[in-house]
Design a protein around this ligand. Sequence first.
Ligand SMILES: NC(=O)C1=CN([C@@H]2O[C@H](COP(=O)(O)OP(=O)(O)OC[C@H]3O[C@@H](n4cnc5c(N)ncnc54)[C@H](O)[C@@H]3O)[C@@H](O)[C@H]2O)[C@@H](O)CC1
Ligand SMILES: [K+]
Length: 492
Amino acid sequence: MTLELLSTTEMADADRRAPAAGAPAEALMEAAGRAVADAALDLWPLARRVVVMAGPGNNGGDGYVAARLLAARGLEVAVAALVPRERLKGDAAAAAGRWEGPVVPLAEAEFSGADVVIDALFGAGLSRALDGAAANAVERLRTAAVPTLAVDVPSGLDGDTGRPAGQGAVVRAGATVTFVRLKPGHVLYPGRALCGRLVLADIGMPERVVESVGATVFLNRPALWLAALPRPEPEGHKYGRGHCVVWTGPEFATGAARLSAVAALRAGAGAVTLIGPPSALRIHAAHVTAVMLRPADDAAGFAAAVALRRTDAAVVGPGAGEGVEEIVRRALDLAGAVVLDADALTAFAGRPEDLAAAIAARPDRPVVVTPHEGEFGRLFGDAAPSGSKLERAREAAVRLGAVVALKGPDTVVASLDGRAAIADNAPPYLATAGAGDVLAGIAAGLLAQRTPAFEAAAAAVWIHGEAAKAIGRGLIADDLPGALPAVLAALD
Ligand SMILES: NC(=O)C1=CN([C@@H]2O[C@H](COP(=O)(O)OP(=O)(O)OC[C@H]3O[C@@H](n4cnc5c(N)ncnc54)[C@H](O)[C@@H]3O)[C@@H](O)[C@H]2O)[C@@H](O)CC1
Ligand SMILES: [K+]
């Protein structure tokens, strides 16, 4: 699968440029309709009766093409039209003109007799809520519970945000056929769930047209960052693979920091040191062997411990405890790269500009912040970025001057240069206590080896998801570091 995700504006741009590049719009529509018909036959081979809901634009045009091709294959097809055919324009009008079967007004369509409903009401570019006969049809379709194949997106879904356009109704599809490239709304929740199974169809859009729109959002897959991952040098020294430090909080909350430290080591850091109160280090000593321990009672002690040896990456946050602002500041002062998570972000609750200023004081050294939604909300307080998850992660990256991994089932990694990666490989059982601490450690382990920040964060997110998949149900965070070698080996 190609990695670029096209925004609806970029997709419309590509549509406009296609004819000059040798791909006339009517040929693209014919190919799109054919892909829809093929998917219907493929996914529901026993279906005999099909209702095609056709909207006022080109999405409806694709529906008319699919109707014609399915009828030609002997299926009983009726079109349920949102607007009379005479009101269609351009290619959609031409496609509707070639449909010789029955057309009923959408308001009068009967879904319960159909084996499959094809939803060609609206495409990914819809910006306002479905209303009138369209909204009503979505509700009737829901109660009829007929399998539904969506064209481009389930109608009502905003293809950029993955949320209902204008907070209106959205079709819940069993499968969705989209064209040329996936859109962010196919991957971001709740869109991903509403799409059902995704089919990406090649409709003959010239590749150079897609390249010319300059996509900046990508599916998070190895091809995006593999070339940036460290390759151990055969003659390398352990410090050549980077030294990572992890701040540990008090003795009764050591687990999180330990998960980060072990994950950083597993991700390939040459050496990892836990730094913190001696009482906490005694607990760590009972659990870890390869991780080094260095006592420090406060921020000054932390700074002294960090300064003892070159520190290529630092993790502050997992199990750090309250009031770690000063530890964060020292880490930002002294370490090569810094990963801030959990308590480190909460220490700046409602003061994101203070964190941004501390980050700005160390230009050219990477910072990755890894909030979940709760930490994100606390950090930004009343001035929290709004919009889709993609927009919020991107705005946060710019405001903080850091790479942001906004976690969840569709983790978005946003860089400062506008690139973003959306993950689609996290299994649901990854939502478990301590999993985020492991993610912070993987990112730090990669950063310690000089992986650039965006690539390190995106790779960490993907690797973390794959490790979880390898473990399966019953996963606890303690299992994740041990699952990393197999995932990393598969990348070699
Ligand atoms: N991307 C591509 O390369 C191709 C796209 N095609 C199809 O073209 C579609 C996009 O076509 P359009 O841009 O015409 O988009 P739509 O088919 O979604 O229709 C948009 C039309 O609906 C109107 N509208 C928007 N919101 C409305 C609302 N809430 N109530 C009533 N009317 C509303 C708009 O004013 C506009 O006229 C895609 O979804 C896809 O199915 C294909 O035909 C072929 C190639
Ligand atoms: K649709």
